[in-house]
Design a protein around this ligand. Structure first.
Ligand code: BG6
Ligand code: MG
Length: 220
């Protein structure tokens, strides 16, 4: 039996929200008196908000009290929410609708598997919420990627065995989570960075429908 369910990461796969996360973290870093570069922001992909702040404070050499830590978490998210406030369907990444449309036409269930606690409002803004048969996000998990929890919950919600699920991911930790879940992992982004993926594409424009067809009909 071939792949019978597909799980999408959100940030960097469906929408390019990494740039808004970056702006919000950079603002906080600047307020705290240090720089935060786009290269350093790469480390934040797929990583929970809490872990991101820990890494940011390490970069700045800052030791925070629990009260400061909690306040900066809130502050970063409030700034992020301002940046994403005006997001709309025009920010869906190229050819994502092509892939979702292909799967919907064949009644293949799709789920979201994201570390973000803001996943639902973002899907609502870009009008993709109704397309998903299941949503698993940062509010539903206790263990962060590369732990497979987020994808295993998604598979369970779709009632599909993990080995019959395909995961689209742009983060190293996300590819590792998919591999740890025993799912087929597809890296969206730099193939050198995502070298642990089963398949690699720079973006969805490079992914043919014939390729998707081959995944769904492969004999396991
Ligand atoms: C992931 C992003 O999808 O979600 C990370 O790649 C981000 O950069 C994480 O930190 C948590 O997002 P949020 O929206 O809950 O702060
Ligand atoms: Mg991502």
């Amino acid at each position: 039996m071939g792949a019978s369910a597909f799980i999408f990461d959100l940030d960097g796969v469906i929408v390019d929200t990494a740039k808004y996360h970056y702006l919000a973290w950079k603002k906080l870093a600047n307020e705290l008196g240090f720089e935060f570069t786009k290269e350093q922001n790469e480390l934040f992909k797929g990583v929970s908000r809490k872990r991101c702040l820990e890494i940011l404070l390490d970069i700045g050499g800052i030791t925070a009290t629990q009260e400061q830590f909690d306040r900066w978490m809130v502050e970063k998210n409030e700034d992020y929410l301002e940046y994403i406030e005006k997001m709309d369907a025009s920010e869906i990444l190229l050819d994502v609708p092509k892939v979702i449309g292909f799967l919907k036409d064949r009644n293949i269930p799709i789920a979201l598997g994201s570390a973000s606690k803001n996943a639902r409002p973002i899907l609502e803004k870009v009008k993709l919420l109704p397309s998903f048969d299941a949503i698993v996000d940062g509010n539903d998990v206790s263990k962060a990627k590369p732990d497979p929890e987020v994808f295993l919950i998604a598979a369970r919600k779709l009632n599909v065995a993990p080995e019959n699920c395909v995961v689209f991911e742009d983060a190293v930790a996300g590819i590792q989570a998919a591999n740890n879940a025993d799912m087929i992992s597809i890296g969206i982004g730099d193939a050198q960075i995502l070298s642990e993926a089963d398949y690699n594409f720079n973006d969805f424009t490079e992914m043919s429908l014939a390729f998707l067809e081959s995944l769904t009909s492969v004999q396991a």
